[in-house]
Design a protein around this ligand. Sequence first.
Ligand SMILES: Cc1cc2nc3c(=O)[nH]c(=O)nc-3n(C[C@H](O)[C@H](O)[C@H](O)COP(=O)(O)OP(=O)(O)OC[C@H]3O[C@@H](n4cnc5c(N)ncnc54)[C@H](O)[C@@H]3O)c2cc1C
Length: 374
Amino acid sequence: MERRRWAGDTSTLSTPRILPDAHAEGASGGDTGRMTVFVATSVGEALDALTASKPPEILAGGTDLMVEVNFGRRRPDAIVSIGRIASLRRWRCSGEGDASADGEPPEQRELDVDGVRSAGVVEVGAGVTYRQMTEEALAGLVPALAQAARTVGSPQIRNAGTLGGNLATASPAGDTLPVLLALDAEVVVARADGSRLLPVRELVLGPKRSALAPGELIVAARLPARFGHQEFVKVGTRNAMVIATASVALVVSWEPLDVRVALGSVGPTPLRVPAAEDYACARLDAASGELRGGRADLERFAELVRAAARPIDDHRSSARYRRHAVGVCAERALQRAMRSRQVTLGAGGDRVRVGAQMLPEGESPSEGARWATS
Ligand SMILES: Cc1cc2nc3c(=O)[nH]c(=O)nc-3n(C[C@H](O)[C@H](O)[C@H](O)COP(=O)(O)OP(=O)(O)OC[C@H]3O[C@@H](n4cnc5c(N)ncnc54)[C@H](O)[C@@H]3O)c2cc1C
């Protein structure tokens, strides 16, 4: 690797700079043994760099990419670092009719107390970190995203890892993906000759395979603000620093009734479960916040979720456990949504039974996993 050398065509970049050597250490590229690092300070600069005939790899927080590089699984010739692009590190919310300033939520009066309806659109920049997602203002607009972000890695990972990196990595275990899928989010994708909106449901093609074309940059994700009651439930092999064994994002909007369920880590891509969504819609009573058929309906809902899962056996879990766990996650999420509705209606939240069986019959605890969130 040749250090501090600008090997790319810099003519279109206004402020090309080289990252400190330490950042590029051990990452010598391709056959040349040389890696070029573009440090972009605007989206335009990044897109210019990405027009190269062999586009550089994009580096955001580096919590996925640098692991790959350090283990020798990826050998980029060139990297464009986007961590210093301020516009990517912001989020903003446009309420009904009133656009809010960057990073500020719409006025509270715009929001229904039970999250019954959407209060506009939140655009979350690709460079927004997990830590930012857990901050009160953004968490209040997209609660499930904050719940998911709180389960990610460690404080260090949450400070560095970004939404764009999670989306682009396209892992079925990526924790933001089920949330965005359940919210029918769209990804704003830019390239030098224009931009496009890509529905999140079309983003992940397979494990770590995305629909992004070379040279494309995720700029932001667009999702409804404070839409319905939201839950994210994840199970893993321990309580922190854990990739999901199974996860569920659930969104219940009560007026009009609308249920969305998305699963993580139980298929080659995150999955929506229309059968369970339709069933829950048919069985939930918005006036009481209960399932008409009680426990039997809850069990049927979980069964439909389990039936939609396409899990595999791997070093993290057995397929059998994953299928079981995702049903329990879904059940818990729906129970919480119902309880919240009942509390809102003043009906008392203690009518919902909790505590589904954690392990499938006959499975020993060692095959299973512990709840990362409860
Ligand atoms: C210890 C540890 C724990 C972790 N725990 C979790 C966890 O609990 N849950 C979880 O979901 N993930 C976890 N991860 C994975 C990782 O932190 C996340 O996927 C993170 O969101 C990646 O973001 P990043 O900014 O670091 O991406 P980077 O590593 O910089 O990039 C990842 C990939 O995305 C591409 N990319 C980045 N930004 C863009 C963009 N804007 N447009 C197009 N392509 C882009 C890069 O080229 C690269 O291919 C963990 C990782 C580690 C090391």
